[in-house]
Design a protein around this ligand. Structure first.
Ligand code: 5GP
Ligand code: 5GP
Ligand code: 5GP
Length: 208
């Protein structure tokens, strides 16, 4: 008998704007492979429950193994750069994401497919292009939260959740964009529930 555990309801697919990670009080460090492109980078693909809670660190017997994603590493460096200090080559960040989040969706995505799927969703979404098409550019100007959400809905077909953080001058800015993926890890869906948190009604889109 094959038992299919219903161990989570959907994924958040989260991308970060590097300019907003780096212009904070905490600052950032570029990866050892060099300054990332001025594009959104992947933060993670996170299994979640519809009640807003989420599982984490689900399988200590399946630790991150970088040899399983050797075919993806150049794409990972371009699309999933680490900005934490001290500088690293990315494997520390990717390993953290696998151990904390990826081990909770192993029933549908093994380690290779977990990272490959995230890379595919980033390409499919092309968030920066969706924003630019609507005239929303990373130039340090302020844009309404609604115009940003509308541009992404128009460009991708799905309504995002926007997470803000605060720069050194205290401005609320576009930090992370959450989209949702179904619990088989195969397709984008409208989010069943959004996280909580505040942005200003007008937020900065800093350059990088
Ligand atoms: P923060 O407290 O900075 O928002 O999030 C810290 C970490 O908690 C994130 O990097 C992520 O690993 C996890 N996390 C935060 N919010 C969520 C969420 O809504 N769903 C899931 N699955 N993980 C989250
Ligand atoms: P989370 O637990 O929120 O999924 O991931 C956050 C952890 O990954 C933190 O320990 C953070 O230091 C590390 N990390 C490494 N590189 C990055 C990065 O580029 N962005 C973020 N948000 N966290 C990173
Ligand atoms: P509504 O759902 O009526 O558009 O918004 C309700 C509240 O949630 C408002 O305060 C609005 O600013 C906030 N809100 C709506 N969408 C987002 C979002 O994507 N991110 C954040 N941080 N707040 C949002």
């Amino acid at each position: 008998v094959v038992c299919v555990a219903q161990d989570f309801d959907f994924f958040y697919f989260v991308q970060q704007w590097p300019g907003s990670y780096c212009d904070t009080k905490q600052s950032c460090c570029y990866p050892t492979t060099g300054k990332p492109a001025a594009d959104f980078g992947i933060h993670g693909l996170w299994p979640n429950y519809k009640d807003g809670s989420y599982p984490s660190n689900c399988d200590p017997d399946s630790p991150f193994d970088q040899s399983k994603i050797s075919d993806l590493s150049s794409s990972m460096q371009r699309n999933w750069p680490t900005l934490a200090c001290p500088s690293s080559n990315g494997f520390t960040f990717w390993g953290h994401e696998w151990d904390k989040h990826g081990t909770c969706s192993e029933s549908v995505l093994d380690q290779h497919d977990y990272f490959a799927s995230a890379l595919g969703f980033k390409t499919q979404l092309n968030l920066l292009q969706a924003l630019k098409t609507a005239g929303i550019q990373p130039n340090g100007r302020f844009y309404s939260l609604n115009s940003i959400k509308g541009a992404i809905k128009a460009g991708t077909g799905y309504t995002p959740y926007i997470e803000c953080n605060v720069d050194v001058s205290g401005n609320s800015q576009l930090y992370q964009i959450y989209m949702c993926v179904d619990n088989s890890g195969t397709k984008l869906i409208e989010c069943p529930v959004f996280p909580r948190g505040r942005c200003g009604s007008s937020i900065e889109f800093p350059s990088f």
